[in-house]
Structures are given as structure tokens and as C-alpha cells.
Design a protein around this ligand. Sequence first.
Ligand code: SF4
Ligand code: SF4
Length: 323
Amino acid sequence: MVVRAADTYASTDGRGTLSIARDADLDADDSLAQMIFHELCHSLVEGEDSFRAPDWGMDNTGPDHDWREHACLRAQWVLTGRHGLRVLFAPTTDFRAFWDTLSGDVLSDRTDPSVQAAIAALRRAALPPWAPALEDALAATARIAAEAARFSAPANDAAPLWTGIDAPPARHPSGLPAGASSGATGSCATCAWRFDARGSARCRQAETKVDPSWPACERYEAAPSLDCQTCGACCRAAYHSVEVSRRDPMVKKQPSYLEDRGTYLEIRRAGDRCSALGGGLIEAGRLTRFACAIYDDRPRTCRDFTLGSAHCLTARRRVGLSL
Ligand code: SF4
Ligand code: SF4
């Protein structure tokens, strides 16, 4: 439920009510629809549990606040880009300055925690309880905005909100959202998700044939940009166990990393990651590079895992590194 309140700009109570300031307390360029949508983007970043926490569990302080806000805005930028609503749905708070810096592929830098959180948010947007209501509401808003724009006059105070309505970009020929939504450039030819089978180019995302000359869709990832040291997906939550043969040279070289499960050996875990994996910490707003402490002695299971393979890409999706 959305209510208008005198003592807030925008806040949630963790019990299903979103309070937004009254019209008289908003600036001329504030858009009520944008403010509600922005709050929903916070819920996408913070996940479904945030429905039960005041202000989505955010306290507007602490070292994690800025990148979570940036993640919200990146997701907002992509979702509004699908419908030509970036100007109408531009935020107006202190974070407007960050919004104005967004351009190009806003999801390309996987070392930025806000990018990883935005990707996770965008994946949630395709699932209930957000889907299909959120996309339907954006599409309906785009239709209303297109009509309203026809009647706005330059002298009208509200005109700035209506003069930036873009036609929604056509969907990519594969059926996926167009690259214009995320700012992705490139083509299917250079995309990590394209593979060749029986003489045809196919896409692991769209699960269909693609023409390598097609421009990038929203989910494009440049194949050369895949980098294990900014990923580590297969060594952390994507897979829960690394089994090791008793004949593997690692057994003699690195026995302290092994657990004997009776019928098999596996590398010990440290939380949700391999105990040999270091890095991936947020320092000065960036994720540190991953590194394997036993890389030269790693077992056959790890050596056989290939960068850019279907398993690799699946691992990246599982940890939220890929759309
Ligand atoms: S994910 Fe890559 S290969 Fe698939 S349609 Fe998009 S750009 Fe093309
Ligand atoms: S092989 Fe793939 S999933 Fe594993 S660390 Fe490298 S890029 Fe990530």
C-alpha cells in the first residue's frame, strides 16, 4: 500500500506500507511514479526478505550504503531503458549525480559490487512477486507517458518530465531485451554466450540460433572480458563440492586442504567457498581479485573446468555475475 505522509520523503515500514511525501513537499521535477519505482528497485536489490524490514533493511549509513544505492540506480537505469523512460524516471535525490554518470554498458564492471548487486536485482525482476507486474506497469507507464508527451507544452512546468520520452527499443532478434537497455555494445560474434554447434551459431541465453552479426542484446558479455580473478564463481557458491581422486597428485602435495569422506575426498569448504580461495572482499568500494592458494597443485577437477564453457557460464549466473 502507498500512502502520502508529511514526515517523510520515501520510507517503508516493513509491514507492506510505502510512505511518500505529499505533493506540496515534493520538488517540481519529482515524479510520484518514479519514487515508487525507485523504492521497488531497492526491494529488487535487497531481495524478498527486505519486504519485512523498514526501509528495505537499509539504514542510510555505513560503508555498504552507497554501492547498494548505486546498484538500485543501475537496475533502475536498465529497467527504464527497456521502455524509453529514463528521463521521466530519473531520480532527484543526492544520487542524481551518480545517475547522470551512467552511460555505456552499466553492467560491464564486475569488480564493482554495485554491478553484481544490480545483476542480481535484474534477475529477480524476471521472477515473482515482481514479475510480471513490474514490467507490465512500466509498459503501461510508457504508453501513458507517450500520450501525455503529445500534449505537454514547453511553457508548462511539467514539460521537462515529458520531453524525454523515448520510443521503447525494439526487442533483440533473439527475443531477449535489446542491448540499448543496459548500454551493451558488441555483437553476438564476440559474446561469451554464443557457441557453435553443427555449423550454426547458437546462444546459451536465448536457447536459439543467432546470427553472429546481430548487435549485442542486454545480456551480452564480451568473451574476452571473462576473467577468473574477478569471478571465482566455480570456486564459491556455484558448486558445493570439489571431489578429488585419491590418485591425484594434490593428495600428497596439499593434504591439509582435503576432507576424507570415506568413499571420496573433497577440498574443505570455508563457508560457501573453497578453503583455498582468497579474495573477493569489498575494499574501498571495489571487490578484490580472487586467487587460488594451491593453483599450481590444483586437482584435475579444477584443471578440467574451462573458462567460457557452459559450466563456467552457469556458475557465473548462479552467483549473480551474469544476467
Ligand atoms: S546473449 Fe550474446 S549471443 Fe545471445 S543473443 Fe545476446 S548478444 Fe547474442
Ligand atoms: S572458470 Fe568461469 S566460473 Fe570459474 S572462475 Fe573462471 S570465469 Fe569464473
